[in-house]
Write a protein that binds this ligand. Structure first.
Ligand code: GLC
Length: 743
């Protein structure tokens, strides 16, 4: 096609009156005149090429904060024409600058390749056949026709013939990934930016190794505090102290395990961040102490929007210190969010992040255990969607909604908001994480976020925003979480029961059946639907929900081990079947099942009135055992299984040894709980990990990592660390008998 011509897929599209922009593909000449370089590093055994682009007129590469600080990955600059070099290593890849603020990469995609990653996509597991725009967007009504969502993680993976390659486009500006949407066998990546950036290409390797290399570059999660792995109960909103007390009492009285209660926006004084409402929460600190005596933690929501109120200290201070975002005329940018007219901290500046971290001490002083950062795309009620996918290039700085100041490299430079929008949530989380460390040195922070960029795993857990109590959203939570995990973020979940609309008892149970395997395990919903706590639907539902939640707690030793594994290898906790069975054709297209670590396969029911489903169990010749009930099934084929409500839809691999804790009401009882090593099959082996669950001592040997094996007898060998507990351990043999064992 010639430069300047326009490609419109069909006349019908041209005539369509859809409010979504008509997809146009223009062909432009290359106008690039800046500097390019190609460099190579070996990361986790993967060849990683870095193609750096500095457009003409730009003096330095901006930092996107995506790379893990201190990671000592040394890239060797490769001599020669960088563009030719790239075309060679990523076969047939072309690069060009098409307009002042638009860059393009394009390369062929193998016919059979499956596309994965890209953070949070409303999609089945394979992202192929669609355009995917990365521009952080608050879309509480997302469905199949939605594109950008809350997170923007520009890490795309291409799996073909058992091996994967991947691209990481390290720029916080909007990006559009066309993954063969026109069935022409091409990947086209558009970056709408005028700034410099790096494009990393990960050469073919096993998928697990690719994820290891990406997370070596962008960092891995520290171990979360154990309490944050327990059951969390949230609602928009528990409006006053008495409701919160009652909630706590109900959980304990009914013996439904729970660690954390969450306060949504109504704890604040008219939605002013860093306040609590004196009328409804007369003794905020006292309430938190009281809850702590009953082993409950409190997490509070914190939104970035600061209420525009001239009598509000935080507003006055931020204004005086010039920490709020301003428009091109120099006026402070104002938009509406929950507090009404609000202003927005410029988290791109270190001074703002420090200030915010200081202000957050309000929560830690009151005894709050964790912070939930919401609305941090940032979301605006007036400026709702930014139609990025219809832009040919990024608008000029002065035409963007507002400006930010970027001081990552010393002196602040002014930058249009859209250049750094995808980073806003992550920068807020960095401030929050540092605030937690400052308040409680030595304690593992818990930060939860809705918006995120690459590298977020270093500072926060994520949930996938406003889903609905729809079966389709229950189903979608699997592929969505799987792609989030492959994008480097292990600590992830969705609102159990669904956030919007109304959850039926059946749906709640089905959601808990799979939700006990979400790394982040929280029930949350809005104020309009019916109550959604596990005891809100009568005795029969409550009993089933209790058993499922108890099962989650019994899996905590295994889950802790998976987080430890993530730290070592970058592996997510929830993994698509293809992660472990890349040569298995059935595993490749499976997005309604997943692996929870290498040992547990989860195949939930996600349809209304469905009581059976086909479960595909890989590996011919092996056996799988139901996690609850102990029935065994052959691997290498599908089974049509009876799955009544309240079922645990999980199967354990033959040869595994699962560490299972005794029942508990909260993780405060974890230290005392006995752990049983249950052998699946006639013999098995496992790595068992434990530590104190709260400090960073594990970084200095304060952990114990054991190699366990069982065939005729039981063997344990300490592989590392010196952590000791006084708990009791048991072995459950293949014949079901249980004996005490020593570690
Ligand atoms: C947003 C959040 C939701 C929260 C609500 C009120 O919609 O995504 O989780 O409950 O705001 O704060």
């Amino acid at each position: 096609m010639e430069a300047g011509t326009e490609f419109v897929p069909s006349d019908f599209t041209r005539l369509s009156r859809s409010p979504r922009p008509v997809f146009k593909r223009k062909v432009y000449d290359d106008i690039f005149q800046g500097r390019l370089s190609l460099a190579l590093a070996q990361v986790e055994g993967v060849k990683v090429y870095r193609f750096s682009v500095l457009p003409k007129g730009e003096s330095a590469m901006p930092s996107t904060h995506a790379l893990a600080p201190g990671s000592d990955i040394a890239f060797d600059v490769l001599e020669g024409d960088a563009r030719l070099g790239l075309a060679k290593v990523l076969s047939g890849c072309t690069f060009q600058q098409s307009l002042r603020a638009r860059f393009e990469f394009s390369f062929p995609l193998a016919k059979t390749a499956c596309c994965l990653g890209l953070g949070e996509r409303y999609s089945s597991l394979n992202l192929r056949g669609a355009r995917h725009t990365l521009c952080s967007t608050d879309n509480p009504n997302h469905d199949e026709s939605s594109d950008s969502l809350y997170k923007a993680i520009p890490f795309s993976i291409f799996l073909d013939d058992g091996l994967a390659s991947a691209c990481f486009l390290d720029s916080s500006a909007p990006q559009i990934y066309d993954l063969d949407s026109e069935l022409d066998g091409q990947v086209r990546i558009e970056l709408l930016s005028a700034r410099g950036f790096s494009f990393y290409y990960f050469d073919r390797a096993p998928l697990a190794q690719i994820v290891a290399a990406y997370t070596a570059l962008t960092g891995r999660s520290e171990l979360p505090p154990r309490w944050a792995l327990g059951h969390q109960q949230s609602r928009w909103s528990y409006p006053d102290a008495e409701t919160v007390r009652e909630l706590a009492r109900e959980f304990r009285r009914r013996r439904i395990p729970c660690d954390t209660l969450v306060l949504d926006i109504d704890y604040m004084d008219d939605y002013r961040v860093f306040t609590s409402d004196k009328g409804r929460f007369p003794d905020f600190k006292g309430l938190i102490e009281e809850l702590a005596r009953d082993n409950f933690r409190l997490v509070t929501i914190v939104d970035p929007g600061v209420k525009l109120d001239k009598d509000y200290k935080i507003y006055q201070e931020g204004l005086k210190l010039e920490l709020f975002c301003r428009d091109a005329k120099g006026e402070v940018f104002v938009d509406r969010v929950w507090p009404g007219r609000s202003v927005f901290p410029d988290f791109q500046m270190e001074a703002t992040r420090k200030w915010w971290a200081e202000k957050l001490q309000f929560y830690y002083d009151n005894g709050v255990s964790g912070i939930w950062n919401d609305m941090n795309e940032p979301a605006f009620f007036d400026t709702r969607f930014i139609p990025v996918s219809s832009f040919d290039e990024l608008p000029e700085t002065g035409e963007q909604p507002f400006l930010q100041r970027d001081d990552a490299d010393g002196e602040p430079t002014t930058v249009g908001h859209l250049e750094v929008r995808n980073l806003y949530g992550s920068m807020m989380c960095e401030a929050t994480y540092n605030a937690a460390l400052a308040a409680r040195p030595g304690e593992r922070p818990f930060v939860l976020t809705r918006s995120a960029f690459a590298g977020i795993q270093r500072h926060a857990a994520v949930w996938l925003g406003d889903n609905k109590s729809w079966w389709e959203h229950l189903r979608k939570s699997l592929p969505m979480l799987l792609n989030v995990g492959l994008s480097g973020v292990p600590f992830a979940g969705v609102d159990i029961g669904g956030f919007g609309e109304t959850c039926s008892p059946e749906m709640l149970l089905r959601w808990y059946e799979v939700g006990i395997f979400f790394p982040f395990f929280r029930n949350h919903c809005w104020l309009k639907g019916r109550a959604q706590e596990p005891f809100a639907y009568g005795a029969a539902v409550e009993e089933k929900a209790r058993r499922l939640i108890e099962l989650r707690y019994s899996l905590l030793p295994y889950i802790s081990g998976l987080f430890h594994e993530h730290r070592q290898t970058g592996a997510p906790l929830m993994r698509p079947l293809l992660y472990h069975y890349p040569q298995d054709a059935m595993a490749l297209n499976c997005h309604d099942q997943f692996m929870f670590g290498a040992d547990i396969l989860v195949a939930p029911v996600m349809e209304r009135a469905q009581t059976h489903r086909y479960v595909y169990l890989p590996e011919a010749g092996s056996q799988w055992t139901a996690l609850a009930g102990d029935k065994t099934y052959e691997g290498g084929r599908s089974h049509y299984l009876d799955m009544p409500l309240g079922t645990c839809p999980a199967f354990v691999r033959e040869g595994a040894i699962l560490p299972l804790a005794d029942a508990m009401q909260s993780t405060a009882e974890y230290e005392q709980a006995a752990i049983t090593f249950k052998v699946y099959g006639q013999q098995g082996s496992a790595v068992f990990y434990e530590d104190d669950g709260k400090s960073f001592d594990y970084k200095e040997g304060g952990f114990a990592q054991w190699q366990l094996a069982y065939s005729e007898g039981f063997l344990s060998r300490l592989m590392g660390g010196h952590y000791k507990t006084s708990r009791r351990y048991f072995l459950q043999k293949p014949d079901g008998s249980k004996i005490p064992v020593q570690l």
